[in-house]
Design a protein around this ligand. Structure first.
Ligand code: SF4
Length: 448
């Protein structure tokens, strides 16, 4: 096993950062936001310092993150003799999680996106750890030859982000010193190598393997990076999309997007233009299905209204939608809890970040995403009146919500119902594109 050394002259290797004590962080949301910011800033193994926090009478020592595994090391981990079947203890039980991964291949670890509602970067690191092409192809052959039920379709060739394989900072010395929370926000860093042609070549080799009929890409992809290599988008669209491709702009408005560390909706438009062009050239009728989060910290009612209007204009009817839930370690959780923005230095008087926390406002934000559901119309009409937007209530195409209320509807607004299973029990993906004629296929599993 290779021992990595830190960059020469890196005194940080001998420094320690003391966080506010646990009791202070527990009782003071601003200190919690500050501690969260410090933790995330100390996440690059090239320059991270150890963290120390007082808990009662004891100190807790948090080591800096480990160096990422190099390709031969990662290959060795992935090529251990896994059985690729559920433990015999499960018998004949149907395990949905197993169905999802049964014929899928993980090609990498890590993510440099830094989306604030996600903690993959904290779990797997910001520096991408890549498997070798040979190792990936060997796993596909292994699935083909040994996994029961294989019909020739690899359901995913991906990872935390489908298209970050082999992407990296151009200069190891710069990477080692870098303190940025994301390589792609507020824009793609000029030091980032975004060439996705190695991935294109991998896809081609995977498709060419005997006994492999189809290779799908089901992991979420970063469309802002994808457009940097149009040939990658062409390859994806021509050979690896099952009719519908789920992607996750997460919002359309600058306020929430800036709190998520996500690119502007202009990136989505650029990707869509390429997606449509290459789908046409391939003679395929394919659709993009964008995903959004309601009630993310920094999202106002007006932001959700603007998003609802965008959905209507673009012909989307989201069936299953998600509202933000704070999760451990995420920077968005610190925003939600503290009302401060840990993407900047946290001060007591720093910019407030408002979050929809009350049940009613969270319901409203979800209802905007499902503006087409009659059960949500009373809530939306009331909100539009309060917001001075009665011009959007009416029965015309330019209106968001009709004046009439169908009999038997309106009594159970968003957030008060259990998921409707009538139109396909267990179907995970049911967003409709009103310009499409076919039913969505279950091809993608993770959003980006
Ligand atoms: S310099 Fe740019 S590309 Fe390199 S690690 Fe930092 S943000 Fe990423």
């Amino acid at each position: 096993m290779t021992l990595h050394t830190r960059a020469k002259g890196n005194d940080r290797a001998h420094e320690v950062v003391r966080l506010p004590a646990f009791e202070q962080v527990r009782d003071d949301p601003v200190l919690y936001a500050h501690a969260s910011r410090v933790l995330h800033l100390e996440s690059n193994p090239g320059n991270a310092r150890a963290l120390v926090q007082r808990h009662g009478q004891r100190d807790v020592w948090i080591n800096p993150p480990p160096w990422p595994l190099r390709t031969p090391e990662l290959d060795r981990v992935f090529e251990l003799p896994y059985q690729r079947v559920p433990h015999p203890h499960y018998g004949d039980a149907r395990i949905p999680a197993y169905e999802m991964i049964r014929f899928s291949v993980n090609i990498m670890r890590g993510c440099f996106g830094g989306c604030t509602f996600c903690s993959i970067t904290e779990h797997e690191g910001r520096i991408i750890q890549n498997r070798s092409e040979q190792s990936i192809l060997r796993e596909i052959e292994n699935i083909r030859d040994h996994t029961p039920g294989f019909t020739g379709v690899i359901s995913d060739l991906g990872g935390p982000t489908a298209n970050m394989w082999r992407l990296h900072c151009k200069d190891p010395a710069i990477e080692s010193r870098c303190r940025r929370l994301s390589c792609v926000y507020p824009g793609i860093c000029s030091n980032l190598n975004t060439d996705q042609m190695p991935l294109v070549r991998l896809y081609r080799k995977a498709r060419a393997l005997p006994g492999v009929k189809r290779v799908l890409i089901a992991s979420g992809l970063r469309y802002d990076i994808a457009v940097e290599t149009p040939e990658y988008v062409r390859e994806l669209v021509t050979h690896h999309v099952g009719g519908y491709l789920k992607i996750a702009p997460e919002h359309t408005e600058a306020g929430p997007l800036s709190k998520m560390m996500k690119p502007g909706i202009g990136s989505y438009d650029r990707f869509k233009a390429l997606f449509d062009r290459y789908s046409r050239q391939a003679g395929k009728e394919q659709y993009l299905i964008p995903y959004f989060i309601a009630a993310h910290p920094g999202t106002s009612d007006e932001d959700m209204l603007a998003l609802a209007l965008w959905l209507k204009q673009n012909g989307f009817r989201a069936d299953q939608v998600q509202a933000f839930l704070p999760s451990p370690m995420a920077l968005a959780t610190a925003m939600w809890h503290s009302g401060r923005n840990p993407l900047k230095k946290v001060m007591r008087n720093s910019e407030p970040v408002l979050s929809a926390k009350g049940r009613r406002q969270r319901r409203l934000h979800k209802a905007f995403l499902r503006y087409h559901d009659p059960d949500n119309w009373p809530l939306l009409r009331e909100a539009l009146q309060r917001m001075g937007r009665t011009d959007l209530i009416g029965n015309g195409k330019r209106h968001l919500v009709p004046r009439y209320q169908p009999a038997g509807t309106g009594g159970r607004p968003e957030g008060t119902r259990t998921p409707d299973r009538r139109s396909g029990a267990g179907t995970r993906f049911r967003t409709q594109h009103t310009r499409g004629s076919r039913k969505p296929q279950r091809t993608q599993r993770r959003r980006k």
